[in-house]
Design a protein around this ligand. Structure first.
Ligand code: TYM
Length: 328
């Protein structure tokens, strides 16, 4: 049996090149070696208010982007989280073994709750649901961007605590970060992570941005006051542009250094913009083809939900038995 891989993306805002380089692009390469399950985590999305019609549309659009990026439904399951009831079920069972203090310490909880007038319990419990996503399928590997590392540590803590209380039940999942692109920064503010929720047209490059928009955003990206690329003195904006280029092209550090050393920022930006445009073009073409056939997409989501539900059932039953609740 192949070890399992699980990861997920929230169907909110517009997916950007951070989501692509930190997660989606790397998922594609794992499909031959592992049994993969990739989730559109709509139950996570509603931990902050979402317009219902918009959320509904975003779920299918996100699934379309997974396929367009190269997720092959013949190899991998593309699962809408809410369609497999084991996610919510296991989440409750794990909530009961998770100390509140662990959840209050989460950086993302502190950041997100600081922005809300009234903090929903879902926001506090968010990482438990994420642990449930992973542990439900006994995933061994979780490919994510760097911002999810703390949630993955918590997942292992919860799994260990459960195993200690009720006996060996869960596989310990490992975090898999990409070598380049684990943390893509905002183009307008290169000390802040590129994020779906940050306002401003110059902040993120969406996966569906037309080439002219991509070029415009990159040409306006914040750099510093040096005239050109100095590898002994790289500012965060230049580091970010070089990382984006490397992640799209697969160039080594040596190739990158040899090509860009001393290059003026205007030329650097043009080169980066062309790499991003070329890197996203096939994805954009496939996306529009996929979205033109909603019946095909919905069929894949139904099949994946069925396959995933069968796996999820086994874990939920085992966990219930271990905890002594009535498994039927
Ligand atoms: P989300 O939807 O915020 O992001 C999806 C993936 O994109 C990565 N990412 C980035 N990578 C590099 N640079 C960035 N600027 C950047 N921004 C986002 C994230 O690390 C993530 O891999 N809680 C998760 C979703 C989730 C999940 C899971 C992930 C729910 N259940 C189970 C893994 C396993 C989240 O909000 O991701």
């Amino acid at each position: 049996m192949k070890p399992r891989v699980l990861s997920g993306i929230q169907p909110t805002g517009s997916l950007h090149i951070g989501n692509y380089l930190g997660a989606l692009k790397n998922w594609v390469t794992l499909q031959d070696t592992f049994e993969c399950i990739f989730c559109i985590v709509d139950l996570h999305a509603i931990t902050v208010y979402q317009d219902p019609a918009e959320l509904h549309a975003k779920i299918e659009q996100t699934a379309g982007l997974f396929l367009a990026a190269g997720i092959d439904p013949a190899k991998s399951a593309v699962v809408v989280q809410s369609t497999v009831k084991g996610h919510a079920e296991l989440s409750w069972l794990l909530t009961c073994v998770t100390p509140v203090g662990w959840l209050e310490r989460m950086t993302q909880f502190k950041d997100k709750s600081a922005k809300q007038e009234s903090v929903g319990a879902g926001l506090l419990n968010y990482p438990v649901l994420m642990a449930a996503d992973i542990l439900l399928y006994q995933a061994a590997i979780v490919p994510v961007g760097d911002d999810q590392s703390q949630h993955l540590e918590l997942t292992r803590d919860i799994a260990q605590r459960f195993n200690a209380l009720y006996g060996d039940t869960f596989v310990m999942p490992a975090t898999k970060l990409p070598a380049v692109g684990a943390r893509i920064m905002g183009l307008d503010a290169p000390t802040k992570k590129m994020s779906k929720s940050t306002e401003g047209s110059g902040h993120a490059i969406s996966l569906l941005d037309p080439p002219a928009t991509i070029r415009k955003k990159i040409m306006r990206a914040t750099t510093d006051s040096l005239p050109g690329v100095d590898f002994d003195n790289l500012g965060p904006g230049v580091v970010n542009l070089l990382a984006i280029h490397q992640a799209f092209t697969g160039w080594t550090n040596d190739q990158t250094r040899a090509h860009f050393a001393g290059m003026r920022y205007g030329d650097l930006k043009k080169t980066v913009a062309e790499a991003v445009v070329a890197g996203l073009e096939p994805l954009q073409t496939r996306y529009h083809e996929i979205m033109a056939d909603p019946a095909y997409l919905r069929g894949i989501l139904r099949d994946s939900a069925e396959r995933a539900s069968a796996l999820a059932e086994q874990t939920v039953r085992l966990v219930k038995e271990r905890m002594g609740v009535y498994a039927g």
